[in-house]
Design a protein around this ligand. Structure first.
Ligand code: PLP
Ligand code: ZN
Length: 388
């Protein structure tokens, strides 16, 4: 496979300021996240979707629209192309017989965080980064420490005490430095920021641009797996929101390439949170462009316990532009859906994925999802990471 990235520059998601892409970058001078921009016309002239579809089934099949310039810098385990699993039994039970679950639980480290880590760590290594620091609710830190070990980079991971226990072990077994924090992810952020001030590269959510590009591949895969078409609705459990922003970015780029068949309308994007921590839902309902910090968040879906996301305005914009919605579900509904889905389908959802399916049930009951619509729900990780 001839390898080429069409990455051209970075662009601020808020003020539009542009930056050179081939030096380590964090946020814009205005403080907002940077987005990777590609020369899509040149890419479209050089490669077609059939050629991509014939490549090995990993997320690197999309390397033209990923930031890593040289194949030698790829740090990976063959991640990507997770199955889009039909879930007809639970689907019928909740009124959406055509329900599809994109099962990210089969990825290395058991969650979709592997996508962000694969691309983010590979690109960091390519740009000469030697060590990085980040706060995490567990899964991102586990993935970055794991990929960091394979890349030979030093990881410092700050994690709340309440994060799933296995994620601590993943960090330390991978040789990362683990800082446990008695608090929430915002408090862990302060610990990681201290390490950044001491010279670690800042790999916090949306404070480096390339994790987003890795997560974007979920959107690319959904379209490819549906035969270069889009579903009516995509439902995503939202913490920092990177996955939803990435899916939105993926579909926009595919549309710009002219690769989406008959897509006059992009899917309605649904942002799901837990009632115990729902800052984006609250902002959506009040019509605000940004969220107010949610203090003392608490939910069994630990990966979406994020009180204030740097990219909240991007999530809200993507949801509104797509005529989507944002809603919160109760922990009881999450746990109940985990049981029902495992028993009905043999799919062991993580609590965050169960939140997405519980939201589908809710939206169908309210007729927000119409009969016969195609719905893709993201199961962002395996339930096995949460058995303790
Ligand atoms: C991190 C995480 C989420 C939330 O992801 P964002 O893209 O940051 O919103 C959802 N589910 C699981 C399992 C996670 O680890
Ligand atoms: Zn800016």
């Amino acid at each position: 496979m001839r390898w080429r990235s069409y990455l051209s520059h970075l662009e601020c998601s808020r003020c539009g300021t542009t930056y050179e892409a081939d030096v380590p970058a964090n946020v814009c001078v205005c403080g907002k996240p940077l987005l990777s921009r590609y020369d899509l016309p040149a890419m479209g002239a050089a490669v077609g979707r059939d050629e991509i579809a014939a490549r090995p089934p990993t997320l690197w099949r999309y390397h033209e629209m990923l930031p890593v310039r040289s194949a030698e810098n790829v740090v990976g385990f063959g991640e990507g192309m997770t199955p889009l699993v039909p879930a007809p039994t639970i689907g019928r039970a909740i009124g959406v017989p055509g329900l599809l679950v994109k099962d990210e639980g089969v990825l290395p480290t058991g969650t979709f965080k592997a996508r962000g880590a694969a691309v983010g760590v590979s690109r960091a290594r390519e740009l000469g980064v030697r060590r990085f620091a980040m706060p995490t609710n567990g899964n991102a830190g586990a993935a970055w420490a794991t990929y960091g070990a394979r890349a030979g980079l030093d990881a410092l991971v700050a994690m709340p005490l309440g994060a799933p226990r296995v994620t601590r072990r993943e960090v330390t077994l991978a040789g990362g430095r683990l800082e446990l924090v008695d608090g929430l992810i915002g408090d862990a952020g302060k610990v990681a920021a201290k390490a950044v001030a001491e010279g670690y590269f800042d790999a916090a959510t949306l404070r480096e641009p390339y994790r987003l590009e890795g997560k974007k591949t979920m959107g690319l895969e959904i379209a490819e797996q549906l035969g270069w078409a889009v579903p009516d609705v995509i439902v995503y459990p939202t913490g920092g929101g990177v996955g939803l922003i990435g899916i939105d970015k993926a579909l926009a780029e595919l549309r710009q390439l002219g690769w989406l068949d008959g897509a006059t309308r992009l899917p309605r994007l649904v942002s799901v949170q837990a009632t115990g921590c729902a800052p984006i839902v609250r902002a959506f309902e009040s019509g605000a462009a940004e969220s107010e910090p949610w203090t003392d968040g608490a939910t069994v879906a630990f990966g979406i316990n994020v009180g204030k996301a740097l990219g909240d305005f991007l999530v809200l914009d993507a949801v509104r532009r797509s005529s989507g919605t944002a809603l919160a579900v109760e922990d009881a509904a999450i746990v109940d859906m985990q049981r029902r889905c495992y028993a009905a389908e043999g799919i062991f959802l993580c609590p965050e994925g169960a939140a997405a399916l519980a939201a589908v049930e809710d939206l169908r009951a309210r007729r927000w999802i119409a009969e016969g619509e195609t719905v893709v729900a993201l199961n962002t990780g395996t339930g096995l990471k949460y058995v303790s």
